[in-house]
Design a binder for this molecule. Structure first.
Ligand code: TYD
Length: 217
């Protein structure tokens, strides 16, 4: 367990899998049940990490290479862990985090071609013992996810970020990367079919998280 008291839940998956919608729904239903919930995201989630977020997503760090980007993601993660996540867990809150270390394993490791030993070393420093209790991997074919993300982008008149704009094949490799992590860590990871209806997904996620809360008690 990440903490004796709180519960740390991370959401992972490719672009357009519907993580933010599901996080919003889960937070609302847990709050209705009387839980204190902290919703946060990466890269970012604390003032220090938000400062690094723009450098990463704008592509400003891209010319310096994937090692540099991986280290920046880790620096942001450590600030987020120490400033927001650890204190919340120590208070006994439920933390719902949109992306965490598995995104670095997949985006910087699998598709950034960085050795997994290097990525794991960075995560060791960044996470500093605050491991997710439960990770929900929203699985979607890359083509469908990207189409959804593009639609969202055009709704908001926003350009795709540095990672969204990579080619389809790269996004498919990421999907496989998340599924590999789930296969290696079946106790922590739950794969959710993100093609299911929003309500069906929400009910499934709620069931998983409520059982974790019951186990914690
Ligand atoms: P964002 O728009 O916040 O999120 P999402 O795609 O989840 O809606 O974009 C975050 C981007 O940063 C996303 O493309 C994944 C990428 N990323 C990494 O490459 N490594 C990481 O460690 C994290 C946390 C994110």
């Amino acid at each position: 367990m990440a903490s004796d008291r709180g519960l740390f839940v991370t959401f992972e998956g490719g672009e357009g899998a519907g993580k933010s919608t599901q996080i919003r729904r889960l937070a609302a239903s847990l709050e209705r049940a009387g839980e204190t919930v902290v919703v946060t995201r990466e890269p970012g989630g604390s003032p220090g990490a938000e400062a690094v977020r723009h450098v990463l997503l704008s592509g400003a760090a891209e010319p310096f290479g994937t090692r540099m980007e991986a280290i920046l993601f880790a620096a942001a993660r450590n600030d987020h862990v120490e400033e927001v996540i650890r204190p919340a867990l120590e208070r006994g809150d439920i933390v719902l985090c949109d992306r965490f270390a598995d995104s670095s394993r997949v985006y910087q490791g699998v598709t950034g071609n960085l050795p997994s030993a290097f990525i794991e070393l960075l995560q060791h420093v960044a996470i500093n013992g605050v491991n997710p209790d439960c990770t929900l991997i929203l699985d979607i074919p890359a083509e469908v996810g990207l189409a959804r993300a593009r639609k969202r982008g055009s709704d908001l008149a926003a350009a795709p970020d540095r990672f969204e704009k990579e080619k389809l094949e790269t996004h498919e490799k990421r999907r496989e990367g998340f599924l590999d992590i789930a296969a290696r860590e079946p106790d922590r990871c739950h794969v959710i079919d993100a093609l299911d209806a929003e309500n069906v997904i929400a009910a499934q996620i709620e069931r998983i998280v409520l059982s974790q809360i019951a186990a914690r008690a």
